[in-house]
Design a protein around this ligand. Structure first.
Ligand code: HAM
Length: 418
C-alpha cells in the first residue's frame, strides 16, 4: 500500500520546493500583467463536460455517482469551471475580467512522458473583450514566464493560428457548426496519428477526398503570404492573424512566435486565435495551449461573452527545464538550528527558538537529545545558515554560542539579546 494511484504523483519536500518555485514564477508573470487569482472546486457536475464533438478530454473523464446519486466529475480542465463562475455572476462582474489559477486537473490518459492522470495547469484567461490585443497580452504573460525561468526563443516556439482559417475553407464547402468542430478535433491529432488514420476519420465524418486534401493543404501553410493566396479576398482569418502578429511585434516578441496553420487545438470551443507552445527540438509534448473561445457560454445555457486564455501544465515544463540544466537548487529555507547540548537545557533552547522566531527567523528546534556531530550533518543536509548551541558552559554565563555555517565563524550572544 505504499504506491499511489497510477498516473498520480506524490510531492516530497524536495519536489514541493520545485513545485512552489514553478507556481511562484507562474503567479509572478500573471500578476505582472494585472491578473487576479481565483479558484474553484476540483469536483464539478458531470454535465459541465458533456460536449458531443468527440473530444479526447470528455472521453477521459474521471466521473462517478456520489452518495446522493449526483453525477459528478473531477475537472479535466479549468475553463468550464471558470465559465460557470462567470455565468453565475453574469452582469455583476466588471469587464474585462483578467483571472488566473493553478488548479489540479484529472484526465484518465495513457500515462507517458509529460502526461499523467493528474497535473497542475496554470490557467490565464481574459473575458469580456473581443480585442485581439488581449490574445497578444496572453503571449506576453507566457514570454515573461519563460524569460523568468531562463528559457529563450531558441528553446521554445509559440505557434499561432486562427480557427477561422479552417472555418472559412470548410464554410465555403458548407461544413459548419458541430461538423466543423469535429473536423478540428480530428485534424488536431495529425501529429500524433498516422495520416491514414486521420484521413479515415475525416472520411467517416462525411468528408470526400477532395475536401480532405483541401484541408491537408491548408493546414500545411506556414507563411502568411501563402495563407492570403489560399484564402483570397477579404479573409477575417488573415486580418485577425495579421493584427495579432503586428501586436506581437509591438511587444517585441516576434522571435518567440511562428504562424503555423496546423495549430487548430483539440477542444471544440475555440473560435478565433489558437496557439500552442512546443520545444524547438520537438522532443516533448505540448507545453501550453490556448486560444479564443467566444461562444462557450451559450453551449452551457448562458449568454455568450468573448473570452481568450491558455492552460499550461506543470509536467513538460519541468522536464524541459531539467534537460536544459535550468532547474534551480533550492534549499529548505530553514535559517537556524537550535540545539541544547544537555537535556536540562531543553527549556532554554525552546525559549531561544521562540525568541528567534519572534524576530522572523525560520528555526528548526532539535526535539531530541542529539550530539553536535548530528547537528552539523543535519544543518548541512537542510542547508541551514546558523547553528545555535545551548551548552552548559555558555548557559552558566547566560550566553548561547552561534556558529555561522557559511563562514565558519563562532560568536556568543546573551540570551536576553536574541
Ligand atoms: P489543453 O490543451 O487540453 O487545454 O491543456 C493545456 C495544457 O495542459 C497542455 O498543453 C499541457 O501542458 C497540460 N496538460 C493537459 N493534459 C495533461 C496531462 N494529462 N498531463 C500533463 N499535462 C497535461 C485546456 O485544457 C484548455 N482548457 C486551456 C485553456 C484555458 N484554453 C483557454 N483557457
Amino acid at each position: 500500500m505504499n504506491q499511489g494511484v497510477r498516473g498520480t504523483r506524490d510531492f516530497y519536500p524536495e519536489d514541493m520546493r520545485l513545485r512552489n518555485w514553478l507556481f511562484d514564477n507562474f503567479t509572478y508573470a500573471a500578476l505582472l500583467h494585472g491578473f487576479e487569482e481565483y479558484d474553484a472546486p476540483v469536483l464539478e457536475h458531470e454535465e459541465l463536460y458533456t460536449r458531443k464533438q468527440g473530444e479526447e478530454i470528455t472521453q477521459q473523464l474521471y466521473n462517478f455517482q456520489d452518495k446522493g446519486d449526483r453525477k459528478v466529475a473531477l475537472r479535466p480542465e479549468m475553463t468550464p469551471s471558470l465559465a460557470r463562475m462567470v455565468m453565475a455572476r453574469a452582469g455583476g462582474l466588471a469587464m474585462p475580467i483578467k483571472w488566473f489559477s493553478i488548479p489540479q486537473c484529472w484526465r484518465y490518459e495513457r500515462t507517458q512522458k509529460g502526461r499523467g492522470r493528474e497535473h497542475y495547469q496554470w490557467n490565464v484567461d481574459i473575458w469580456g473583450t473581443t480585442e485581439i490585443t488581449a490574445d497578444a497580452e496572453l503571449i506576453s504573460v507566457l514570454v515573461t514566464f519563460f524569460e523568468g525561468v531562463g528559457l529563450t526563443a531558441e528553446d521554445l516556439v509559440i505557434r499561432i493560428s486562427n480557427r477561422k482559417v479552417l472555418e472559412e475553407v470548410l464554410g465555403s464547402l458548407d461544413i459548419k457548426g458541430d461538423n466543423f468542430a469535429k473536423t478540428c478535433i480530428i485534424v488536431d491529432k495529425m501529429d500524433k496519428l498516422s495520416s491514414n488514420i486521420v484521413e479515415e476519420q475525416l472520411s467517416d465524418l462525411g468528408h470526400d477526398s477532395k475536401t480532405i486534401s483541401t484541408i491537408q493543404s491548408i493546414l500545411g501553410i506556414k507563411d502568411m503570404a501563402d495563407l492570403q493566396n489560399a484564402l483570397k479576398g477579404d479573409s477575417m482569418a488573415v486580418s485577425e492573424l495579421n493584427f495579432l502578429l503586428n501586436a506581437i511585434e509591438s511587444y517585441g516578441m516576434s522571435e518567440w512566435v511562428e504562424f503555423d496553420a496546423s495549430v487548430v487545438r483539440g477542444l471544440a470551443y475555440y473560435t478565433g486565435s489558437v496557439f500552442e507552445v512546443h520545444d524547438r527540438e520537438g522532443k516533448f509534448r505540448a507545453i501550453c495551449g490556448g486560444g479564443r473561445y467566444d461562444k462557450l457560454l451559450s453551449t452551457l445555457g448562458g449568454k455568450d461573452l468573448p473570452a481568450t486564455g491558455f492552460g499550461f501544465g506543470d509536467m513538460v515544463i519541468m522536464e524541459l527545464l531539467s534537460e536544459k540544466g535550468l532547474m534551480p537548487e533550492l534549499l529548505s529555507g530553514i535559517e537556524d538550528i537550535v540545539i541544547s547540548l544537555s537535556p536540562e537545557l531543553r527549556d532554554i533552547a525552546v525559549m531561544v527558538a521562540a525568541s528567534l522566531r519572534d524576530s522572523e527567523r525560520m528555526v528548526d528546534l532539535v526535539l531530541e537529545n542529539k550530539k553536535m556531530k548530528w547537528a552539523f550533518k543535519h544543518a548541512e543536509r537542510i542547508g541551514a545558515k546558523r547553528l545555535v548551541l545551548v551548552g552548559p558552559e555558555e548557559w552558566s554565563r547566560k550566553m548561547v554560542k552561534i556558529k555561522d555555517l557559511e563562514t565558519g565563524e563562532e560568536s556568543e550572544i546573551l540570551v536576553s539579546d536574541i
